[in-house]
Design a protein around this ligand. Structure first.
Ligand code: SAM
Length: 159
């Protein structure tokens, strides 16, 4: 299981690109978008079990035992640019589908979880969305920390 990860909300695999550089190995990926799945597959080949479909419908038996689960869940309802419906919004509520998968994995769940989102997550609904998300992870047994990274440290764009 050492340095293996399951990539939720995988999109075109940017999380994977970063983690592979740090010696991690992708064992599983999930995303709902067929176009992104094609790009992921064209770039990485058939090297990973990629389940194309809604995380809310994901059969947890498809998820292998891994050291880390990453979740770059949709930011549309959390971003300062959006309507700010938060984790109850149509797209960002996919976070709860991810939590349900972790719950169903039970003792087989990954010891590490990495969420990735916009800073608007911190202040969505005056912070209550962030608090709810952390509490959900706490209930599953995870201790949680948060940090902000400005992309400008790596690319010519501050976000
Ligand atoms: C912020 S993007 C993640 C981008 C990703 N890190 C990448 O490298 O492309 C959120 C992703 O969640 C996916 N998504 C949205 N709703 C979903 C759902 N219900 N189940 C699974 N994936 C979903 C979208 O297709 C999108 O690729």
């Amino acid at each position: 299981m050492s340095k293996t990860f399951a990539e939720f909300f995988a999109g075109i695999g940017l999380m994977r690109m970063g983690l592979e550089k740090a010696g991690w190995q992708a064992a599983f990926a999930n995303d709902i978008d067929e176009d992104k799945w094609r790009m992921y597959r064209d770039h990485f080949g058939e090297t990973t079990d990629f389940v194309l479909g809604d995380v809310h419908q994901l059969d947890p038996s498809r998820v292998p035992s891994v050291a880390l689960a990453t979740a770059s869940f949709p930011c549309n309802d959390l971003s300062l640019a959006g309507a700010r419906k938060g984790l109850a919004g149509r797209q960002s509520s996919a976070f709860w589908g991810f939590i349900e998968v972790l719950h169903k994995l039970g003792a087989r769940g990954p010891p590490l979880v990495l969420l990735d989102n916009v800073t608007g997550f911190l202040i969505s609904h005056d912070g209550s969305d962030f608090r709810e998300a952390l509490t959900a992870l706490n209930r599953l047994g995870y201790a949680v920390g948060a940090f902000i990274i400005d992309a400008v440290r790596f690319v010519p764009q501050s976000r």
